[in-house]
Design a protein around this ligand. Structure first.
Ligand code: PAF
Length: 281
């Protein structure tokens, strides 16, 4: 497995892999790999001849420096996991390589980035699209894979690729969960044991929502029921319960007659967790 620190090294590694016209997949990550990331790598291996990955904690998507410095770093373990999963090349740059002196260009989906979770974290999605666009230009994959847990991020990246005619196929991969249903996240290790136990309420509230949508309900009743369910857990502070059209993320209102995306976020201690489900009536 080649570990590339510079744009030049990564481009050379990818060019060598593509020599016979092979198809290349990219799994962008910020490290602290868990089973959710490894599911992306496994799926990448099914849709391409070679799997590449990036391991870069992107500073521009963190709105506050404490969150950036608290982000778990497990580089040696991450590289070992990539290697044993058969990843051919990893792009692992320093921030200056991605954001050299004088870098001023940003990429932003102006509407999608500033609604829903984007309101809670202003500037976050602009940082994501800017770095993902750079990663696509550097790593030049045919296909890239992202988790469905970050549902808004996935829709934003699809929109960016469509709007900018970026020749990369985007594949969303279903959320991987712990045995009790908590969505895997690099943030889970930072939860206290009490908050970790309480956080299961997120998946439970989504299961409740899924049943309500299947039985027939309105967006208003659904939002109220999910909010009440999470609020009944004293360790959880609800930050958002968004119910939107599954494809364009516009707010759903009235009776639910088409697939909706349910995106929830709640704070446990200092840790903000998100989860999502697409529910079909
Ligand atoms: O989902 C993530 O881990 C990050 O937002 C991504 C896509 C790697 C960009 O830094």
């Amino acid at each position: 497995m080649k570990v590339c620190r510079t744009v030049e090294e990564m481009r050379a590694a990818v060019a060598a892999l593509r020599a016979d016209g092979d198809r290349i997949a990219l799994v962008p990550t910020m490290g602290a790999l868990h089973a959710g990331h490894m599911a992306l790598v496994a799926r990448a291996g099914e849709v391409a001849d070679h799997v590449t990955a990036s391991l870069f904690v992107n500073p521009t998507q963190f709105e506050n420096p404490e969150d950036l410095s608290a982000y778990p770093k497990t580089t040696d373990g991450d590289l070992a996991k990539f290697k044993s999963a058969g990843v051919a090349a990893v792009f692992m740059p320093n921030p200056d390589e991605v954001y050299p002196d004088g870098a001023e260009t940003i990429v932003e989906t102006t509407k999608l980035a500033n609604m829903l979770h984007g309101k809670v974290r202003p500037g976050h999605f602009r940082g994501v699209t800017t770095v993902v666009c750079k990663l696509f230009n550097i790593c030049q994959p045919n296909v890239a894979l992202f988790g469905e847990k970050d549902y808004q991020q996935l829709q934003i990246i699809k929109r960016m690729v469509r709007d900018l005619f970026i020749p990369v196929e985007i594949i969303g991969v279903p959320t991987v969960r712990e045995d009790d249903g908590l969505a895997m996240s690099s943030r889970n290790v930072r939860l206290t044991s009490e908050d970790r136990a309480a956080a299961v309420v997120l998946n439970q509230s989504l299961a409740l929502a899924e049943r309500m949508v299947a039985d027939g309900t309105t967006a208003e009743d659904l939002r109220a029921a999910v909010t009440a369910h999470i609020t009944a857990e004293p360790r959880a502070t609800v930050k958002a319960v968004d119910i939107t059209d599954a494809s364009d993320l516009t707010e759903a209102t009235g009776p639910i007659t088409a697939p909706v995306a349910l995106m929830i976020s709640a704070q446990f201690g200092d840790i903000l967790l998100i989860d999502q489900r697409v529910a079909t009536p």
